[in-house]
Write a protein that binds this ligand. Sequence first.
Ligand code: UD1
Length: 427
Amino acid sequence: MQYIEINGGRKLDGKISVQGAKNSALPILAGAVLIDGESELHNCPLLSDVDVCLQIIHGLGGTTSREKSIITVDSRELCGCDIPQSLMAEMRSSIIFLGSVAARCGRACMYLPGGCQIGARPIDLHLKALQKLGYKITFDGSNICCERAGASGGVVELAFPSVGATENTILASVLLDGTTTIINAAMEPEIADLADFLNKAGAKISGAGTSRIVIEGVKSLHSVAYSVMPDRIAASTYMAAVAASGGTVCLSGAKAEHILSVMGVINKMGGGIKSKGDEITVTFTDRPQAVKSITTGVYPAFPTDSQAPIMASLCTANGASVINETIFENRLRHVPELRRFGADIISSGNTARIIGVEKLHGADVTCTDLRGGAALIVAALGAQGKSRIYKISHIDRGYENAERQFAALGADIRRLDDEKEQQPKKE
Ligand code: UD1
C-alpha cells in the first residue's frame, strides 16, 4: 500500500505550474463523446479520475491516446450506451456521461455513481432536468436508463445551482432539435470552460458562467483542439500549504479571477498575494492570522473544495477561526484526522471552530476523501516532525504528482510503498 511520508516544518519556496482542472477535464471528456470527430485536449491532468473517463470512452467504442498532458479522443465510431458498474463506482463525475451518451447514441444505461463520501449526493436534479428536455428515464434506485427519442429541449429551472446537473443538461441539449434554457444554472468557471469547448466544436451555447444559459441545438459537432482551464482548487491547495509552512511560492498557469474568494481569505490570514498575468505569488512570513468566519457556497463564494485545505492551514493560526460548510452535509470528515496532528478543532453539525495552536506535530493519518486528503498534506507540511499519510488513492484522484510538486518547493516529502519495504515508487 502506498503512502506519503513528510518531514514537516520546512518553508516552501519556488515556482510550480498549476495542473489543468480536474473538474473541467472530466465534463469536457464527457463532451468529447458528442463529437463526430477528434477532440485534442491540451492541459489534461494526469489523474486517476481522468483515466476512468478514458476507460468509459473505450467501453463505449471511442478511442483515446495520451501524450503527456495532451489527450486525443476519437468518437467517430462511438456507439455503445452502457457504462459498467465498476467504472460508475469509481467517481461521482461518471454521471455526467448520462446526458452526452444518451444524446449521441440515443440511449444511455448506467448505475448510480460513486465518488467521495461527503454527503448523500443525490442525482434527482440531473434526472429531472433531462426529463424536462424530453428524455425518458427509468431509474430503480440503482440502474439508470435514459432514452433520447422525443427529446427536443425546453426550460430547465434547477432547484439548486448544481454543477453536475448544469453540465449534464448542457451535454444533453447541444445536439437536440430545439432550444434549451437553464435557469438558476451553476456559474462555476468549469461550466464556462465546458461551454467554450463545445462552442469551439460548433455548439451554440450562450450565457455559460451566468445563472441563465441558452443552448440552441445543432445537428453535429466537429473535431476540435482545446486547452483545459487551470485547476483553481489545486491552486488554492498550494496557497493553503504556503500559509501552513511559510515561504514564497509562485503558481504559474493560475487564474486569479477564478479564486478571488480564496485569495481574500489568504489575505485575511496575513498572506501577501501578487497576481500578474497567469501567475499568482503567495508569501507568508509569519504565523497565519485567524479568520473569523468562512462560509462555503456556490461560485463566486468560497469553494467547498478549498474548505479542508484552508482549515488545515488555520490550525496554527493566531486566534480562533470558524468555518461553515453549506454545500455538502458530511464534509468535515478530515477534522478527527487533523486533531491527530494536535489541532484544536470543535465541530458541531457543519460548523468547525478551529482554535489555532502554535505548532502541529507529525502524525500517522488516513485520507477520508480527496480534498480532506489534501488537507492532511497541508497540515503535515507545516507540522514539526514525521507524518505518514495513508489511503492516498483519494489524493491521486485530484492532484497530479502532489509529492513532486511540493518536493520542487523544498518540502521533504516522498511516496513510499509498504509492500516494497518502503522503497520509493518506481517511475
Ligand atoms: C461538483 C464538483 C465538486 C464540488 C461541487 C460543488 C466536479 C467533478 N465536482 O460536484 O468538486 O465540490 O461541484 O462545487 O465538478 N445535489 C442534489 N441533487 C442533485 C445534484 C446535487 O441535491 O441532483 C446537491 C448535492 O447533494 C450538494 C449540492 O447539490 O449538496 C451541490 O452539488 P453539485 O453542485 O451537484 O456538486 P457536484 O456536481 O457533485
